[in-house]
Design a protein around this ligand. Structure first.
Ligand code: PLP
Length: 396
């Protein structure tokens, strides 16, 4: 059967591909240390689970309104006010099946053939493919290592053309773990305000996993209020990746268009998960701080370990659960006479020789790096690092 040109334009996820390869080795009985994981390894807090159980017993088994139950929408509205000082009316909010669906909705309603969408690298892999799905052209601008892989307002302005219709900002960043200061965001907002046709899509999925400094949203600046779309969710903050709840706040006409699309595709998301989300957003928040303490210890072990490897360079990432070290010192070297040409081949080498799974930086648009996530116990982090160190030392 012929497949559509639309789907043929889309690439497979490299993150998932690497996880798959590592599972294949595990099935052969090999002890693989998996640093590709993109989700917390702890469980959804009990108060949230109770809310879901209650929703089942209370028979929340029917279709929900497309944008989400009123109480979820209100909880999202209150969250945006409380944590980000953003004022969204209820009709500007939409709850969807993960932040991923929010992004997919937004891309679909905004972009079409001929449009350019500016995406800073390193980027989360799906932005590029979501643009391809719309037949839009991703325009990648590279955050430099010396600026912690962040772009500058000058770079942004230089990339804007009459065809630019969108800009995607992901902070805290998957994969670099970087956050932007209020001043850096203001400089970008000042540029974007000059181009009111450019939609500003801010993916703030890792907001709650910020350890050093403070998360700031680009949505706070009045001069881009009519352009800013804020996407967030409960997956990472509350260890709820499988529950599939994300939400966004957007200018009314964009929110309305997304609701129309969602009404014809998935309808309102899972009723039980929505009730759990109300508890996640309105209920006790202490679990986040407790998990952050554990994650900081793991981050520090990972960073210290990576820095102890000759030639590996990285700054301490202030947020998320990823590290994105520069490993270019090893690209171009050889193992048993076979040259390692790029980060994909380096990640394959680490998997096959060290039995440590990582993701090639090229999958995120930066070939000099690899991504290692640290949602793994400190003992396993140390073991993984020592395996990587030993394997890299064998490269000539
Ligand atoms: N944005 C970023 C940067 C992510 O890393 C992820 C998940 O890995 C998402 C969005 C989507 O999250 P979800 O669909 O689980 O809400």
């Amino acid at each position: 059967m012929r497949l559509s040109s639309r789907i043929n334009r889309v690439a497979e996820s490299q993150t998932l591909a690497m996880g798959q390869k590592s599972n294949e080795l595990k099935e052969q009985g090999i002890d693989v240390i998996n640093f590709t994981v993109g989700q917390p390894d702890y469980f959804t807090p009990d108060n949230i689970k109770q809310a879901a159980k209650k929703a089942i017993d209370d028979n929340f088994s029917f279709y929900s309104p497309v944008p989400g139950f009123k109480d979820v929408v209100k909880a999202v509205q209150a969250k945006f006010k409380r944590e980000n000082n953003l004022d969204f009316a209820e009709n500007q909010i939409l709850v969807s099946t993960g932040g991923k669906q929010c992004l997919a909705n937004v891309f679909q309603v905004l972009f079409q053939e001929g449009d350019e969408v500016i995406i800073p690298a390193p980027y989360w892999v799906s932005y590029i493919e979501l643009a391809h799905l719309c037949n839009a052209t991703p325009v990648v601008i590279e955050g430099k290592a010396e600026n912690n892989y962040k772009i500058t307002a000058e770079q942004l302005e230089a990339a804007i053309t009459p065809k630019t219709h969108g800009f995607v900002l992901n902070a805290p960043s998957n994969p670099s773990g970087s956050i932007y200061t209020k001043e850096e965001l203001k400089a970008m907002a000042d540029v974007l305000a000059k181009y009111p046709e450019v939609a500003v899509i801010s993916d703030e999925m890792y907001e709650h996993l910020t350890y050093d400094g403070k998360h700031e949203t680009i949505g706070q600046f009045e001069n881009i209020k009519n352009q800013a779309i804020i996407v967030n969710g409960i997956s990472k903050a509350y260890a709820m990746t499988g529950w599939r709840i994300g939400y966004m706040g957007a200018p009314v006409e964009i929110a309305k268009a997304c609701k129309k699309l969602q009404s014809q595709t998935t309808s309102g998301t899972c009723s039980i998960a929505q009730k759990a989300a109300v508890e996640a957003l309105n209920g006790d928040q202490t679990s986040i701080e407790e998990h952050k303490k554990v994650l900081i210890k793991r981050r520090d072990a990972m960073v210290e370990g990576l820095r102890s490897i000759p030639g590996v360079k990285l700054n301490t990432p202030p947020a998320t659960f990823y590290t994105f070290p520069d490993v270019s010192a090893y690209i171009g070297k050889s193992y048993n006479g076979k040259k390692i040409n790029d980060s994909f081949e380096l990640a394959d080498f680490l998997l096959n020789v060290a039995h440590v799974a990582t993701v090639a930086g090229a999958a995120f648009g930066i070939d000099s790096c690899i991504r290692l996530s640290y949602v793994v116990d400190v003992d396993r982090i140390n073991e993984g690092i020592s395996r990587i160190k030993k394997a890299l030392a064998e490269l000539k």
